[in-house]
Ligand binder design. Structure first.
Ligand code: FAD
Length: 307
């Protein structure tokens, strides 16, 4: 229930105004967000890439005006040019939400999002790196996979995200397990109805294992996005069973979450990529992170009252 309430608050303007104004918010947000500027994000990337790889997210979502969508594309092209200039592109790619580049615009949203995502993919290709399309709530899945297919015609290494809480995901894993495909498998971060999603945590985990088995046995490149120690151990075993070596798949975790485990996996010789968000539009992302872990909410609430 708390999770549902927090995810609903993550889409409420009134709650946003309260949370953004709370004096303590910045400190808590800083755990999960690498800074508001490109320079701050690049500082975090330089530190992380000594032993890990990264994927950068210029924060923003649910954009409803075309100018803002274009501004997001410009932010990504500037970021990619900087990654190329500084040599960081060898260890850094970018993650993009289609709703940040126009998918929800009232007219031609899907086409605008595709055109904008194409510009980001072209900039990434020029920088020598790749793009992964984040996955949003279940109403976005068909449109996102449609854009992915169109992008892959020109940029075959564009990655997708699939969410094990969705009942459809095993079938999507099969469709995306072919050669050249890059799939980030996560549990899923939105509040989804029972009709389309497993609501029980154990069922979501079992689905994760079934999906990961399909991806590991396939010919693509699986990206294991989870902090769950059990799933991390299972991923290692499934990779071994499928005859995959450490270079044939990777682990992914979020900036600010289980940093010691990230470093441990990297030191073991596993590929470890950190998802690094930056920018001012952190509200929706931050509320999803609070919803993932009740202890975060208690910490946040305590800091609010102790001021
Ligand atoms: P959980 O069971 O939630 O967590 C396992 C353990 O990890 C917890 O016990 C805790 O110790 C730690 N942990 C997990 N989350 C937090 C947190 N927020 N703060 C502190 N500790 C925490 N979801 C989408 O819907 N679409 C996406 O495109 C997407 N991209 C992602 C990209 C990456 C690289 C990662 C790692 C996750 C992404 N997610 C995305 C989020 C994902 O769906 C889950 O909500 C999130 O990863 C928590 O699931 P978990 O597998 O870590 O397992």
């Amino acid at each position: 229930m708390l999770r549902t309430a927090l995810l609903a608050a993550g889409r409420s303007r009134a709650c946003r105004a309260v949370v953004e104004r709370a004096p303590v918010t910045r400190e808590v947000v800083a755990r999960y967000v690498a800074g508001s500027t490109l320079e701050e994000a690049l500082g975090a990337v330089a530190a992380l890439t000594t032993d890990r790889e990264v994927t950068l997210d210029h924060l923003g979502e649910d954009v409803t005006d075309a100018a803002q969508a274009r501004a997001t594309v410009d932010a990504y092209t500037r970021l990619l040019a900087e990654l190329a200039r500084t040599g960081l592109a060898a260890r850094a790619e970018v993650s993009v939400k289609l709703s940040a580049v126009g998918r929800l615009l009232p007219r031609d949203g899907d086409k605008i999002a595709l055109d904008n995502a194409r510009r980001i993919c072209a900039a990434a290709a020029e920088a020598g790196t790749t793009v992964t399309l984040d996955m949003e709530d279940h109403t976005a899945v068909d449109a996102t996979l449609g854009v992915l297919a169109a992008l892959r015609a020109d940029f075959p290494d564009t990655g997708a995200v699939l969410q094990s809480y969705l009942r459809r995901t095993e079938a999507d894993c099969r469709d995306l397990s072919g050669a050249g495909s890059r799939v980030r498998l996560c549990k899923g971060a939105y509040d989804e109805p029972e009709s389309v999603a497993y609501r029980d945590r154990a069922e979501v985990d079992r689905s994760y294992v079934r999906c990961l088995r399909i991806l590991m046995r396939g010919a693509g490149y699986p990206m294991v996005a989870s902090h769950d120690p059990r799933l991390i151990a299972i991923a290692g075993r499934l990779a071994e069973d499928a005859g995959r070596g450490p270079a044939d798949y990777e682990h992914q975790m979020l900036y600010g979450v289980r940093d010691r485990e990230q470093r441990r996996l990297a030191a073991e010789g596993r590929r470890m990529r950190v998802y690094v968000p930056y920018g001012d539009e952190w509200y929706g992302y931050f509320m999803r992170r609070l919803a993932e872990r009740p202890a975060n909410v208690a910490f946040f609430a305590r800091s609010l009252v102790s001021r």
